[in-house]
Design a protein around this ligand. Structure first.
Ligand SMILES: C[S@@+](CC[C@H](N)C(=O)[O-])C[C@H]1O[C@@H](n2cnc3c(N)ncnc32)[C@H](O)[C@@H]1O
Length: 343
């Protein structure tokens, strides 16, 4: 795996996601032909300026027996499928997606105004958490003495930094995006006792056991390969009596399965039951539904503003997601803030 170049890894993960929901975000037919041009275009859309030149990678991955080409279409060989899984575990597609997002958003005045309008304050938010939702967590930070807090999927750390202003705890933010963590570290400095940032994968956290009394997940558990495994990791990392607080949205494809939207039936709740963790939760479904509507409306209003400053790609990136979820169907969505006990 180490022998693969970044361009090869990018090409592998892009082909792995070629027929995924990312295609649906773009209104592309998931069954479209995987020609070199269409793979390149798909990669460019999501990886943006972080996309390397793949000319050599197309050839070298064929030579290595990872890709085959038939009728102009690329596909993984059996060996390629195995390799794809290990590439995905180490450097998933969304690592590049978020490198691209955090790089672009920092250079956009329009995006700053977009965040102010949607979230009430610009903290480079990518998820759904506005100031009203964040107040739930801030109340708990103010009224409990936490010493060490771990924020899973902190992005460029501006939300973590904001939260740290309401607590005396030390905060460690981790994220898969090297670009986001570089920005966070540059902003707060490497010697900062209260705020530290580190590149890490939430599916494989190489952090000391029993070192935290609170773990946060702000719209990031969707990236867990396995929620029960992630809870096992949290058990290992937390001190006795530690807690986890998580903002979590649940989508379903079919209204006939509406019971899966209930707070005790979401993917997270089922994992919590499986692992025997007690929890309380606060219903944020209305807030979530309003969020998608507001986000879409603000983006529609700001299209020109993004375009004029040369950030149309960033606008499109945010619009694709907002459009999809604002039109998902209110009866197929729920959202909660879970407060979880680890005995
Ligand atoms: C939806 S954004 C939420 C960011 C921020 N917490 C917020 O509320 O705006 C998801 C974040 O999780 C990070 N992420 C995705 N997969 C990850 C993984 N496997 N390990 C660590 N971070 C991950 C992304 O880079 C991104 O910063």
């Amino acid at each position: 795996m180490d022998l693969l170049s970044t361009a090869e890894k990018q090409l592998i993960t892009t082909l792995a996601w070629f027929r995924s929901r990312y295609a649906l975000y773009q209104h592309l037919d998931p069954e479209r032909k995987a020609t070199r041009e269409s793979i390149e275009a798909f990669g460019k859309t999501w990886i943006g300026e972080f996309k390397q030149n793949w000319d050599d990678a197309f050839a070298s991955l064929q030579e290595k027996g990872v890709l085959i080409i038939s009728n102009g279409e690329y596909a993984f060989t059996g060996k390629g499928v195995d390799l794809k899984n290990s590439v995905e575990a180490e450097s998933p597609f969304y690592q590049y997606e978020y490198d691209n997002y955090f790089s672009r958003e920092e250079r956009s005045e329009a995006h700053r105004r977009f965040c102010e309008k949607v979230y009430g304050k610009d903290l480079s938010q990518h998820g759904l958490i506005d100031l009203d939702e964040l107040a739930l967590l801030i109340d708990r930070l103010k009224t409990n003495a936490y010493f060490d807090v771990l924020d899973l999927g902190c992005g460029n750390g501006r939300i973590t930094e904001y939260l740290s202003g309401f607590s005396n705890a030390r905060f460690l933010g981790v994220d898969i995006s090297g670009e986001a963590i570089a920005k966070a570290t540059k902003r707060v400095g490497v010697e900062n006792e209260k705020l530290r940032f580190r590149v890490a994968n939430i599916n494989d956290l190489d952090l000391p056991a029993g070192a935290y009394d609170l773990i946060l997940s702000l719209d990031t558990l969707y990236y867990a390969d396995s929620l029960p495994d992630l809870l096992d990791q949290a058990s290992r990392l937390l001190r006795k009596g530690g807690r986890m607080m998580a903002y979590f949205s649940q989508w379903i494809m079919d209204e006939n399965y509406a019971e899966n939207l209930l707070p005790e039936n979401t993917h997270l709740a089922r994992a919590l039951s499986e692992k025997g963790h007690a929890y309380t939760c606060h219903n944020l479904t209305e807030s979530g539904i309003n969020h998608w509507k507001t986000k879409l409306a603000v983006l529609e209003e700001m299209e020109e503003e993004f375009a004029e400053e040369g950030n149309r790609a960033l606008w499109e990136y945010r619009y694709r997601e907002a459009y999809r979820y604002a039109n998902w169907g209110e009866n197929k969505y729920s959202r909660y803030f879970y407060e979880i006990e680890f005995a």
